[in-house]
Each structure stands twice: as C-alpha cells, then as structure tokens.
Design a protein around this ligand. Structure first.
Ligand SMILES: [Zn+2]
Ligand SMILES: [Zn+2]
Ligand SMILES: [Zn+2]
Length: 326
C-alpha cells in the first residue's frame, strides 16, 4: 500500500491491495470471544464486561510502523501508507444496532471515539484522525455487527482541507466562526432544523448533497470533538444521535456517518501550520450523516456534481414528522 498525490486536485489516494488477513465472516470476528488472539486497544467501561471494544483493523489500509517518508517520482509525490486503522465494536451483541441502543450506550460509543481521537493525536506523525461508520449493505459495511472505524493519516483529507480553508477565510473577514453563523441562522429560520437536545442541533444543510443529509452540531463553539465535556453534555448528543438515526432509518436502511473535528495541531511542518493560528476560533466540530436513498437521476452525481432531488426544507419537515422512538 502507498499514498499517491494527484498533482491537480492535491488529494492523496491510497493505492494498492490491503494485506489480506484471512478473516472468515463466520463466525463473526466482532463477536466477543471469536478472536482471542487479537488484543483490544480499548474496552469501555474499563472495569467489568465491555460494551464498546476497539481493535486494530484486520485488513488495515494504513500501517502504524515507520515514517511516512515523502519521496518524489519524477514530478509526482508519494509516501508510505503509515497511519492507524481501528475498528470500534459498538456492542458485544451481534444484532444490536447503534440506533437501537440506549442513550447511555450511545454515549459510551461517543466516548470511545473521543478517547481514541485524543490518543492518536498524541502521535505527531498523524495530521488527521477520521471516525466514520458505514451502516447497511448499500453503504458498503464490512460486517453486519455494529461497528465504526477510525483512521489516523499523515495527510488531511481533501474535504477537511476545504472546510479549514473556508472557515479560516470566513474568520479572517468577519472574526466569526462560519459554523456558528450557519447554526444560528438555521435555528432562527427553523426551516431545516430537525431536532435538538440540550446544546446540540440536528439539521439538513442548506446545500445538502443527498436527500435527508443531516448534520449534528453543538451550539456552543468548540473545534475539538474530543475535548472533555462537562456534565450531561455528551448524553444529550447521544440522545440526539439516537433520535436522528431512528428517523433516518425510516427513510433509508443505509447511511454513511463521518465525524469532522480539528486536525492534529502538533503537526507544524508545511502549509498546515498556517491554519493553526485561528483554528480554535474558526473551526467547529460536527457530524455529517449521508443516507443512501435511491434517486432517479443518478447519473449526474458521480461525485463530480451532486444532484439532490429532495429540497432540504422538505426533507427536514418529513424527518420532523417521523417518530424518533420508532
Ligand atoms: Zn458479531
Ligand atoms: Zn463555531
Ligand atoms: Zn464537515
């Protein structure tokens, strides 16, 4: 595996075959006790039987050893696929999905996200830590057992770079956070807000890429998801996430979920360090959920231009009407 940079779009692409460890889907490798030879990276709670367990990925895209060692190949840039790739098993029960868990259980999954992000960010080689979840066959989930994935990479994913760039420019011009501005207008207009719990809001973004796209965001400005939270705060987020997923699953069985948090500011080399000066003020963590809904005009949306056949205002209205406890 190696990373190659597209000199035009400047995005890094992971190229090669993942080393195939023979993992048979049966018995399920994520069920407790089926892989005693693999040591868990983290168990929550830390005492007693675990509810959330983190493993190294069985077929990692990135390897933890070594330096990224950027090198040139003529005009091109490449580097070794150094990084981390982990699986977060969200429950010891094979058939329990995240949307069906109690607020307390979802909170524990979110806590595992936060602990792993904070830990991986201590490694200065890693520029960014991504947490994502592919739910359902259409989203390309690897196992039916509830799980999320974490990658730590020596580059910042392109979409995050776009966000960092826009956030910094917005802040430079107005001394305000673009995400705070978006959320306060959404709350004021109340057209695209789906739900809220405590400080957290779920809304369909103005330029939703797919039908029923939903973002979750705290109203109180914070650039780091993994920052310690006071009191009930993460429980509110867990409750809102559970309610939102139960609504979305009535629209589609498959979705992609990704957490966007601030990059690793320990990295001081290169263009990125430019971003760190105002990052605490200009960036704002959020969760993006992209359901997979069959669309009629699919051919327009091969990742070049998004075509969304459902107005986000209509999507939000339908989602509000759906029972979040169903
Ligand atoms: Zn299982
Ligand atoms: Zn903000
Ligand atoms: Zn984002």
């Amino acid at each position: 595996m190696e990373l190659r940079k597209d000199p035009i779009t400047r995005s890094w692409v992971v190229v090669g075959h993942p080393e195939r460890e023979k993992v048979r889907p049966d018995p399920c490798p994520l069920c407790a006790g089926n892989r005693p030879e693999v040591r868990a990276i983290l168990d929550l709670p830390t005492h007693g039987p675990w509810q959330v367990r983190v493993y190294p990925h069985f077929r990692p895209l990135y390897r933890i050893e070594g330096e990224p060692g950027r090198s040139a190949e003529g005009i091109y840039d490449r580097m070794a696929a150094t990084g981390a790739h982990e699986i977060i098993v969200e429950s010891p029960e094979h058939t329990r999905s995240l949307s069906r868990m109690s607020d307390e259980e979802i909170e524990r999954v979110l806590e595992a996200y936060a602990l792993r992000i904070a830990d991986l960010k201590r490694d200065a080689r890693f520029k960014y830590v991504t947490v994502f979840k592919n739910q359902g066959a259409q989203a390309g989930e690897e196992w039916p057992h509830a799980h999320s994935q974490i990658t730590a990479t020596t580059f910042v994913p392109r979409r995050i770079l776009y966000e960092l760039r826009s956030a910094r420019e917005w802040y430079r011009d107005r001394e305000r956070c673009v995400f705070c501005d978006i959320l306060s207008q959404e709350i004021r207009q109340a057209k695209r807000v789906v739900d809220n719990a405590g400080d957290y809001y779920a809304f369909c973004p103005y330029a939703s890429r797919v039908p029923y796209e939903v973002w979750l965001m705290p109203k109180t400005h914070n650039h780091q998801f993994e920052a310690p939270l006071a009191g009930e705060s993460r429980r509110h987020l867990a409750s809102l996430l559970g309610r939102t997923l139960r609504r979305l699953l009535q629209v589609s069985e498959s979705y992609h979920m990704v957490l966007h948090t601030s990059p690793n500011t320990l990295q001081t080399k290169g263009e990125l360090s430019e971003y760190w000066r105002t990052i605490a003020g200009d960036y704002h963590w959020h969760i993006e959920i992209l359901p997979i809904v069959q669309q009629r005009s699919k051919s327009y949306s091969i990742k070049e231009i998004y075509f969304n056949g459902t107005l986000p205002e209509d999507a939000a209205e339908s989602l509000r009407k759906l029972d979040p406890n169903k």
